[in-house]
Design a protein around this ligand. Structure first.
Ligand SMILES: Nc1ncnc2c1ncn2[C@@H]1O[C@H](COP(=O)(O)OP(=O)(O)OP(=O)(O)O)[C@@H](O)[C@H]1O
Ligand code: SF4
Length: 686
């Protein structure tokens, strides 16, 4: 229950916000959100999980609502507050702007830290080994087993410099702090990896960049993350974030969670990867057997090569569509299944032998002292091999499985590509199209509390889609839809008179350019949101020289710089126009006359292009359901609401929204999209 002391802490934090924030306004929805978060997390709702899905319109002030309540509750319960946003840009906004500001108002002291994935940190042991190994020229392993392309002289010099900088404490070991990131293939060899890291047994443990960062996180009360990181950590065993049952999660922009989650529960491998991994496993086994004086287990490389060659011959006969061969409803064709089965049996066998050998190697190390220059590379390489073999076996096993017919199937497909060494490679993929069960098992049923929030959590008026996608069980959770703090009746939502339909790409693009020149006011702050980069660039080429004010196009500068430049011009009383894509349609907070006109060029319907989306759409169709109505339309509605939400950010903001998509009036679904919008004054141009 919410104790009086906790209640007072939250109330006092809010009073501090009220008195110290320069342009504070009472926003009833914000107050209600604070109250409901507090009640839910403190268990004031009997027979309910501590999970709240709260939809609060754009500009409500959700961030302060969940920070001021969540921090006090997490601290009082000795739990960590994990605040997860949809992407790195929003994460930065939290870290650099919102949380430092919340610290001024919050009546409880708290520390915060940014969490990054393991792979963003160097493994100093691996870096030292790479540098020493290359310097002595006496590597234990043939470099072709370790690298597709061994590092060149320049890259080795670069690594030596990194090592020097790390030792001299000039570099903290994070890839994000480097002016220039090393090549991906090299970084993969020297980054922190849970399969190769020996943690406390490593001699560099005390000086390890990743573990130092972990200590910071352990000390912090508030941990800033993003959805990808949280999902990746949960999917791979929760080794970076604090334990789920010790944490309260806030998922901001939670409408992105389900699509992000799909990619974290997928498996992949490739024909060339299998070849290299088996050879690497044999090479490493060789070394371990020599040192431990055991017989080398039988690793039949030729047999695997033969199976792979049969697979390639078979795949050459298939019809790839843009280099992708998607199995119908996820069912792998029988001949491919047969070869996958052979591969599965042989490689699982190798995996078992390899794991047994690795265990006996670990036992051997307990009784024998081995020179670090020999032991370390074997430990690292054997950890990598185990990781590779298990990923191959997992994928092959998924290719052999039949899906539960009561659920949507896995999506399974093969992609063809040519490697740098000109060899043809086939990548095999398997992904779940329904991750609701995984999320329930990993988060909903375990966490101390969860708040999911966004301006667009429900779709077309209900939370059903969210519940279904995320595996949330409606009767057990709290749901809330809050009204906007702003008056929208004075805001015109203009459906422009347009001759062309957005599906007539060429005509539409030309008309967009000419209409923008007529409609954009060179004295104003405007944001023009496009659905495709190509159309944005074409329109920009047509209008740029004819505009009487500055135009910023997404991609020319980082998003943050574009927003700063735009605001500087507005401060000087000059007009400024931003052309942007999806990332400018969310999270952008341009108040007052920084933004008085939002133009939406086209409704953004998601077309099922990815194999996962296509499999899901085909499945729905096979069930006589309509993927357009179940997926595309609700998604388009969310995007439209988010895009419109950029305009009104405070009680005194004014402006208009113009849309160049007459399907809102000409198509049957237009009415539904309009009904889901806030109460704008809808103007249909005659
Ligand atoms: N009570 C308040 N009075 C005035 N301004 C506020 C108040 N609460 C928050 N703000 C400001 O309002 C703006 C919007 O807040 P926030 O970014 O949390 O909105 P949001 O609800 O997450 O909207 P969106 O979904 O569009 O991002 C911010 O600039 C914030 O500083
Ligand atoms: S503790 Fe792990 S990540 Fe850190 S240096 Fe050692 S092996 Fe590498």
């Amino acid at each position: 229950m919410l104790s009086d002391e906790l209640k007072a802490q939250i109330r006092d934090s809010f009073i501090a916000l009220k008195s110290d924030m320069s342009d504070f306004n009472v926003r009833p929805s914000q107050n209600k959100m604070i109250a409901e978060i507090s009640k839910t997390l403190c268990g004031d709702y009997p027979d309910s999980n501590k999970i709240l899905c709260v939809e609060a319109p754009t500009g409500t002030g959700k961030t302060f609502a969940y920070l001021l309540s969540g921090i006090a509750i997490a601290k009082a319960n000795k739990k960590k507050l994990i605040v997860s946003s949809a992407n790195v840009a929003l994460q930065e906004q939290l870290l650099l702007k919102d949380i430092p500001e919340a610290q001024k108002y919050c009546q409880v002291d708290f520390e915060y830290a940014l969490v990054k994935g393991r792979s963003r940190y160097v493994c100093i042991r691996n870096l030292i080994n790479l540098c020493e190994d290359s310097a002595t020229d006496s590597s234990l392993f043939d470099s072709s087993l370790l690298f597709d392309e061994p590092p060149g002289k320049y890259q080795l010099e670069e690594m030596a410099e990194l090592l020097e900088d790390y030792s001299a404490k000039k570099w903290n070991g994070e890839i994000d702090d480097l002016m220039r990131a090393p090549d991906h293939t090299i970084w993969q060899k020297i980054n922190c990896n849970r399969f190769t890291c020996t943690a406390k047994s490593c001699e560099f443990y005390q000086d390890c960049a990743f573990f130092k960062a972990r200590k910071q996180i352990t000390k912090a009360d508030v941990i800033v993350a993003n959805h990808d990181l949280v999902l990746a950590d949960l999917a791979t065993g929760n080794t970076v974030l604090p334990d789920v049952d010790e944490s309260i999660f806030i998922f901001d922009e939670a409408h992105h969670l389900s699509s992000k989650a799909l990619s974290h529960f997928s498996l992949s491998t490739g024909t060339e990867f299998i070849k290299t991994s088996i050879r690497q496993a044999k090479g490493v086994s060789d070394q371990m057997c020599k040192l431990t004086e055991q017989d080398l287990p039988d690793i039949n490389i030729k047999q695997i090569d033969d199976y792979l060659s049969d697979l390639s011959t078979l795949l050459k006969t298939l019809d790839f569509d843009e280099d992708i061969y998607l199995f119908d409803q996820g069912m792998v064709d029988q001949p491919i299944k047969d070869i996958s089965k052979n591969l599965f049996i042989s490689i699982s066998n190798i995996q078992n032998k390899f794991c047994a050998l690795r265990e006996s190697w670990a036992d051997y190390l307990k009784i024998k002292v081995i020179d670090k220059s020999i032991g370390d590379p074997i430990n690292t390489a054997s950890g990598e091999c185990e990781q590779h073999l298990s990923s191959i076996v997992e994928l092959l096993s998924s290719f052999l499985k039949s899906d539960d017919s009561t659920q949507s199937p896995h999506s399974r497909w093969i992609e063809k590509n040519t490697l740098a060494n000109k060899k043809t490679n086939y990548s095999l993929y398997s992904a779940q199209t329904d991750i609701s069960g995984n999320l329930d098992a990993l988060i909903w049923s375990k966490a101390t509390g969860v708040i999911l929030t966004s301006a667009t959590l429900s779709s077309l008026g209900s939370f059903d889609r969210l519940n279904k996608q995320l595996g949330l069980k409606k009767p057990e959770n709290q749901y809330l839809r809050l009204p906007s703090p702003f008056e929208f009746d004075q805001v015109d939502f203009i459906i422009a008179k347009f001759k062309s339909n957005p599906t007539q790409v060429f005509e539409h693009t030309k008309e967009v350019a000419s209409q923008l020149l007529k409609r954009l006011n060179a004295q104003e702050g405007s944001l023009v949101l496009f659905a495709s980069n190509k159309q944005m660039q074409m329109v920009a080429d047509m209008v740029e020289s004819k505009l009487d004010c500055d135009l910023f196009i997404q991609g020319e500068y980082p998003k943050k710089t574009i927003l700063e430049k735009h605001m500087t011009l507005r401060k000087q009383g000059q007009g400024s126009i931003i052309f942007g894509l999806d990332s400018f349609a969310e999270g952008v907070d341009l108040k007052g006359d920084n933004l008085t006109h939002v133009v939406i060029v086209k409704l953004r319907f998601s077309v099922p292009t990815s194999p996962i989306d296509k499999t899901l759409a085909d499945y729905l169709q096979s069930q006589n359901r309509n993927p357009f109505m179940e997926i595309s339309l609700p998604d388009a509605s969310l995007r439209l609401i988010q895009a419109c939400g950029r305009l009104i950010r405070t009680e005194t903001d004014t402006g208009k929204i113009t849309i160049f998509d007459n399907r809102l009036v000409s198509k049957f679904y237009g009415k539904q999209l309009l009904a889901a919008l806030p109460s704008y004054n809808i103007v249909v141009e005659p």
